[in-house]
Ligand binder design. Structure first.
Ligand SMILES: [Zn+2]
Length: 72
């Protein structure tokens, strides 16, 4: 499932592929490279917070671990 997300910083639309109905995790704008933590539930954006590069890297590691877990 692909969800459209509009960057609050530059208003460029990007998309996120979701495995579940709920997504909570990092998003990086392909255009302005803005970093955000977003929460999406049932196609609706619930929350969007700016994120630091350090925190983004950390969250990506967590997401990678989760993905690894799901494959097993
Ligand atoms: Zn942007």
């Amino acid at each position: 499932m692909l969800i459209k997300f509009t960057c609050p910083q530059c208003e460029t639309e990007g998309s996120i592929s979701l495995a579940d109905l709920r997504y909570e995790g990092p998003y990086k704008c392909w255009k302005c490279k803005g970093l955000f933590t977003i929460v999406i539930e049932n196609d609706v954006l619930k929350s969007c917070e700016p994120l630091s590069q350090e925190e983004f890297d950390r969250q990506q590691e967590i997401e990678a671990l989760k993905a690894k877990f799901r494959r097993q």
